[in-house]
Design a protein around this ligand. Structure first.
Ligand SMILES: NC(=O)c1ccc[n+]([C@@H]2O[C@H](COP(=O)([O-])OP(=O)(O)OC[C@H]3O[C@@H](n4cnc5c(N)ncnc54)[C@H](OP(=O)(O)O)[C@@H]3O)[C@@H](O)[C@H]2O)c1
Length: 323
């Protein structure tokens, strides 16, 4: 496992981190705690030291599992969690005032709840789960961040940027208050390269890459006939002819497999690690097989300029979350 700096936080984080949404259950059907704990522990054995969870994942259930992992690990692990918007609206919508999403006391209460779920005294990374640059002048938000840091309840502060909207937090970046951003960046959505990444590189702001596999689409496992469990949220994400659309796009990537990346998940992760702005990637994982495959990609080898240039042709601008 290779490590990178998480911006100015001073932390060294594993290039492959752990996305812990799925193990919270609820929206992702088919998660079993026993299997999730085995996957989490295997990740630590293989060098993963960065775990991304959220209060909203299974209403604290994912946090409880990650907290349990921390207590049982000899190795030091870094935990990032998130404050859900008070109005429970994902993503943030234009025109909604900050006091409906992140009033000062609510940020503090939510952090206290996460501290309890995780059973820790300090949260390594606290993030806001949605963001709108319309809130950049809301002093209450920054006051809450300063207070939580001064009390030692959080070490670093980040913002999870709205889906496929990499440019929607640039004003926040310029406040100097944000230690790191979490953003969607993958072969289909390469938009963070335009403004966000150059700014963050120049200003030493960490980047956590989420949804590296396009919710499974970029693994090649989503086929037109794929069926998800009844209450799984992916029934909505991949609704209508979307599975076919994803499948068709992915077929076009297959000729690019070879010496540099033998499989689609490997190609997807290597593409992201080839960008120096990235601190860590957090693929969603629920079993040992995926943990082993994904961690193996962190070997210091980056894709060639030639292949990266080819991959630029596979950008796909769309928003399956919001459309
Ligand atoms: N707004 C936000 O802040 C936000 C939103 C979304 C996600 N996140 C964070 O980002 C993390 C990653 O995003 P995500 O989990 O939604 O999407 P993702 O990482 O793009 O995809 C997860 C899917 O890929 C599958 N997978 C993982 N590794 C694989 C491999 N090697 N081969 C084949 N399939 C593989 C998983 O399989 P299984 O189904 O078998 O587990 C799961 O179905 C989340 O867990 C969460 O921590 C944050």
């Amino acid at each position: 496992m290779q490590f990178r700096s998480l911006g100015k936080t001073g932390a060294q984080v594993s290039e492959i981190g752990y996305g812990a949404w799925g193990i919270g259950g609820e929206m992702w059907q088919g998660s079993e705690d026993a299997q999730s704990m085995i996957a989490l522990r295997r990740a630590v054995e293989l060098g993963v030291n960065f775990f991304d969870t959220a209060l909203a994942y299974g209403n604290g259930h994912s946090e409880m599992l990650v907290g349990k992992l921390r207590r049982s690990s000899v190795e030091k692990i870094i935990i990032a969690t998130k404050v859900p918007p008070k109005n429970r609206q994902w993503p943030a919508r234009a025109g909604v005032p900050f006091n409906e999403t992140f009033p000062r006391d609510y940020i503090i209460e939510s952090t206290e709840q996460s501290l309890k779920n995780l059973r820790v005294d300090t949260i390594d990374v606290q993030q806001l789960h949605v963001w709108s640059d319309e809130w950049v002048g809301a002093d209450e938000i920054w006051e809450a961040v300063r207070l939580l840091k001064s009390q030692g309840k959080i070490k670093a502060f980040g913002i999870s940027i709205n889906d496929h909207a990499a440019g929607s937090a640039l004003k926040a970046a310029k406040t100097g208050m944000v230690d790191l951003f979490q953003v969607i960046y993958n072969i289909f959505d390469q938009s963070p390269e335009e403004e966000l990444f150059p700014y963050c590189l120049a200003n030493n702001i960490g980047i956590i890459v989420r949804v590296p596999l396009d919710e499974g689409g970029l693994t090649g496992r989503i086929k037109p006939e794929t069926v998800f469990p009844d209450r799984d949220w992916r029934n909505n994400y991949f609704r209508g002819d979307r599975k076919q659309q994803v499948y068709d796009r992915v077929q076009k990537l297959k000729p690019l497999l070879g010496a540099e990346a033998k499989t689609l998940p490997e190609l997807a992760l290597r593409f992201i690690l080839s960008n120096p702005a990235v601190s860590t990637i957090i693929p969603g994982m629920r079993n040992i097989a995926n943990v082993e495959t994904n961690t193996a990609v962190s070997d210091g080898k980056h894709l060639s300029e030639k292949l990266l240039k080819e991959l630029k042709k596979h950008k796909w601008v769309r928003n399956f979350y919001g459309e």
